[in-house]
Structures are given as C-alpha cells and as structure tokens.
Design a protein around this ligand. Sequence first.
Ligand code: CDP
Length: 231
Amino acid sequence: MNKITIAIDGFSSTGKSTVAKQLAKHLGYVYVDSGAMYRAITFYAMQQSFINRNSFNKEALINDLPKIKINFKLNKTLGFAEVYLNGENIEKQIRTLEVSSFVSKVAAVSEVRKKLVEQQQEMGEGKGVVMDGRDIGTVVFPEAELKLFMTASAEKRAIRRYEELIERGDKVSYEDVLKNVQERDYIDSNREDSPLEKAKEAIEIDNSDMTLEEQFNKILELVKMTIEDRK
Ligand code: CDP
C-alpha cells in the first residue's frame, strides 16, 4: 500500500480534527491530535500551579518536562485514540475553555515544542498518518506528501467551539469563546518558535460555508490525487 503523510494545519476550531479523524478512519491511517499533547502539558502545568491567570513559571515547567509522559491509547468504542498524561486518561479534562486559555502560552515555550515535535516525528515514522496542529506541514513533517491549511471566519469558528462546549455541559459564553479563539490565533501566529503559518505547498481550505460532508469529500479527492500522482 502506498501510504502517505497528511499534515493538517490551521487556526483554532477550524474543524481540523473532525476531518482528520474522518480521513484516518476511511483510509485506515493513524490519527494524531498534536494539540492534545500541548493541552496535556498545559493541564500538567495547571495541576502543579505553574500557570494561572496572573503568572507562568516557565522554568519550573521546563525542569519537570522529563517527568511528563504523554501517550495515546485507542478507545475502541469511540474509534479514536485518547490522550494519557503519566498513565491517566485526561481526554475530557483537556478540552475545557480554561485549558484553552493557557495552552498557547505553554505552546510558545521552545523546550515544550522540542519534546513534543520529537515524539510526533517518531509517531509518523511509518507513514499512514494524519496529524493536525499548527506546525505539522512546516516543522514536524516538512516532507509530508499532502499539506492542508484550514481557515474559516473567527465568528464561525467560535460558534462551532461554543456549541461543542455547551454540548459537553460546560458553562461558557459565546463572547468568551470568541475571545479565546482570537487570542490563541494571535499568540500562535506571532510566537517566535514555529509560528502558525501556511506552508508554501499547502492547499488552503476555507470551510466557513462548507458542510462536513462537502469538506470531507473535497479533501478525500485531494488525498486520492496525491496517492495517484506518486504511482
Ligand atoms: O482544537 P483547537 O483548534 O482549538 O486547538 P488544538 O489543536 O487542540 O491546539 C491547542 C493549542 O495548542 C493551539 O492553540 C496552539 O497553541 C497549540 N498547538 C501548537 O502550538 N502546535 C501544534 N502542532 C498543535 C497545537
């Protein structure tokens, strides 16, 4: 089988993980949610009180990095892998707006990025992987055969994320979610180490007005063309 690497980058809440999961399932590939790994380290920093609204003790977090083990385990019922922090399943805890409000600060720390990028590259060694994030096509897999860059208007993205959080039972306001989406876009795009930017060869997909089905079909077509081209 002619397996490729699919790198999906883009702004927050652009539906990257939804389409990445659909693709992985359809193609029999492994899906890796790189954002979950940054969220897991953020969750650790919160548990240790290294980060709060007023301060961030980067040095303490950097010192603790060797103690932090992140891995994924397949949840057969859900059909995708969940994230574990030092042996504990933290899939639910990392999706809160509170974690979202700190994660971009943690993800701007070079030592954190170095650790996670190494692990991500190992996970993609065998190809047949769909990974989504901010620097997958630019830094993690610059040789990926297919690179996508997802965008949508901030308002559309905030509505999607707001609905997801309400569905989970979280008490959040649309305004706070929109603010978080905009803040993270700003920090992620302006940080010094591996800022979010479109890789030259990446195909941009604005899904503001696309249904999930339209988006999936369009991207699957691109995957098929890429695999065909390599034969
Ligand atoms: O799902 P959503 O788009 O809201 O975000 P995510 O993929 O869970 O990523 C959370 C945060 O982790 C981002 O806002 C980035 O700050 C950081 N991240 C990163 O820096 N590099 C990656 N490859 C993935 C995520």
